[in-house]
Design a protein around this ligand. Structure first.
Ligand SMILES: Nc1ncnc2c1ncn2[C@@H]1O[C@H](COP(=O)(O)OP(=O)(O)O)[C@@H](O)[C@H]1O
Ligand SMILES: [Mg+2]
Length: 322
């Protein structure tokens, strides 16, 4: 039996959501094949959590001492959204220890976590992206630069963020300044991107049994101005339609672009590509390399629509990593 460390938590605003993802994986993992251990990572505090008991991880070799037994892990199931699980930091640590994990490697994680750099690479492969500028804190007059380069409305986002935290949609010139301050509160880098009109689609992709497979394309319908933090996590504010009610040929096109990008970006495990669909064209928004796995998350529903139970998805992800 394989010992599996399900790492969750992390150091971003997505800590709680990640814990939900980790618990869900722990609950549904096939116990005939795997011994799961849920490990909460928060700053330098790394612990196995069982009910209210916490057992610290030995970071020298990522092991657990339970009684007089030492537990080593054959594989890590990565359920950390945001830093340090989605940006390559933890991947570097596990690479150095030689422990395989279910998500993308250091380079791919670091690249895709940087929204601006990721878009530069994606557009080089001929995929449409929104026109944008990448700003650093204490740069020159950002407002002037935005107005000279882009047309309103724009989205202003922390460049290395997630869950729509610190993000704004700006329609008026006079709102730019406050939106920049808000985004710079979350990150030292900000991306300002032109608004793209259309329907929001997302496509899950994974490699399994050596093949790149896409899950049914899903439409996200938000009742808010956009798919913001509230819409993402409060029930009733967004609806996810699996599979999306779009023509078959468009769904196939979206899946094909997603599998192509999965390969080109050298992704591992399950990832979710987000797009705006203008009726013909797909504009790439971002890729989530550690997408949500909680009961309410999109990926488990995509898997189900594909004909896989959540347990089967988890087994496939672990098998592919080892
Ligand atoms: N350029 C854009 N045009 C239209 N909608 C956008 C654009 N950028 C972001 N959005 C909306 O904002 C949401 C969050 O943006 P995203 O780039 O995915 O950041 P996060 O990493 O926080 O999820 C998207 O799901 C979408 O609803
Ligand atoms: Mg997103």
């Amino acid at each position: 039996m394989m010992n599996v460390a399900i790492v969750a938590g992390g150091d971003s605003g997505e800590h709680g959501i990640s814990m939900k993802s980790g618990k869900q994986v722990c609950l549904h993992i096939d116990r005939n094949l795997f011994n799961p251990y849920l490990i909460e990572i928060k700053g330098k505090s790394w612990n196995q959590v069982v009910d209210r008991r916490k057992i610290p991880i030995n970071k020298n070799d990522f092991s657990l001492a339970i009684g007089n037994k030492k537990i080593h892990f054959q594989v890590v199931f990565n359920a950390i959204h945001g830093t340090p699980g989605e940006n390559g930091k933890l991947q570097g640590y596990f690479d150095m220890l030689g422990i395989p994990y279910t998500s993308s490697d250091v380079t791919t994680s670091a690249l895709t976590f940087n929204k601006s750099f990721c878009k530069d690479v994606v557009s080089r492969y001929g995929i449409d992206t929104a026109k944008s500028i990448h700003l650093y804190k204490n740069g020159d007059d950002s407002v002037k630069q935005i107005l000279q380069t882009l047309s309103l409305p724009v989205f202003i986002k922390p460049n290395n963020g997630g869950s729509s935290v610190g993000m704004s949609k700006v329609k008026l010139k006079r709102e730019l300044k406050d939106a920049l301050v808000k985004a710079f509160n979350e990150d030292t880098e900000v991306i300002v991107e032109e608004f793209i009109r259309g329907r929001e689609l997302t496509c899950g992709v994974l490699r399994t049994e050596g093949k790149i497979v896409s899950l049914p394309v899903t439409e996200i319908i938000s009742r808010k101005e956009f798919f913001d933090f509230e819409a993402k996590y409060k029930t009733g504010l967004a609806e996810e339609v699996v599979p999306a009610k779009i023509p078959q040929s468009d769904a196939e096109n979206c899946s094909e672009i997603s599998r192509f990008l999965y390969e080109k970006l050298n992704c591992k495990g399950i990832v979710r590509f987000d797009y705006i669909f203008g009726g013909k064209k797909f504009t790439f928004l971002e890729v989530n390399t550690v997408p949500g796995m909680s009961k309410a998350s999109i990926v488990p529903r995509m898997a189900k629509a594909h004909g896989w139970t959540f347990r089967e998805l988890v087994t496939r992800l672990i098998n592919e990593a080892t």
